[in-house]
Design a protein around this ligand. Structure first.
Ligand code: S3P
Length: 189
């Protein structure tokens, strides 16, 4: 498979990259593509990428389903808050957060103060389809994924909407969403 080429020139990308002086922090529901898009975004602007869920698993030496099963969601949220605070200190180029991270008031305040928050929004149907491919998300194991995602969307949307930048996740290649983010960030800065 050939790599999908970005629909933006290298010169344009480096012009935008030079203007970005804070970490780009991707927020939004499970399945919107924060990790995949984040990796592409980081490679476009030649910066590093870190996935907060991976960092939590590394810090805990356990998988997210194991943390939920053994200690419960509040314990996971405590760890998530601490890990994201550390990642924000480390000043990475692009950070993908877990879907619930931006709902936490402390985490949200920190991201809004020290980063450029980007909400990747997406139709529920697409999320249902994408999240059905893996069973690594404990919250979606607790009932009908469509109902859960719909409820979480309603609950969390007021928080996600506090991100200064919102980009609709495309059905097509994730590279298109990465480019759309770059253009939206350029317009916002
Ligand atoms: C969660 C989303 C997950 C992970 C955990 C809880 C949530 O991350 O942090 O399972 O509360 O929405 P992704 O959004 O990367 O799937």
């Amino acid at each position: 498979m050939t790599e999908h080429q970005p629909s933006i020139s290298d010169t344009e990308i480096s012009r935008i990259a030079q203007r970005i002086d804070q970490p780009l922090v991707l927020v939004g529901l499970m399945g919107v593509g924060k990790s995949t898009v984040g990796r592409k975004l980081a490679s476009l602007i030649k910066s590093d990428f870190v996935d907060a869920d991976d960092a939590i698993e590394k810090a805990a030496q356990m998988s997210i389903p194991e943390i939920f099963a053994q200690f419960g969601e509040p314990h996971f949220r405590d760890g998530e808050r601490r890990v994201i605070a550390r990642l924000m200190e480390e000043r990475h180029g692009v950070i993908a957060t877990g879907g619930g991270a931006f709902v936490d008031p402390d985490t949200r305040a920190l991201i809004l103060e020290r980063g450029i928050a980007v909400w990747i929004d997406c139709a529920i149907e697409t999320l249902v389809e994408r999240t059905s491919r893996r069973n690594t998300r404990p919250l979606l194991q607790q009932g009908d994924p469509r109902e859960i995602l719909t409820r979480l969307y309603e609950e969390r949307q007021p928080f996600y909407a506090q991100a200064p930048i919102r980009v609709q996740s495309m059905d097509g290649p994730h590279m298109d969403t990465a480019v759309a983010i770059l253009e939206a960030v350029d317009a916002w800065l």
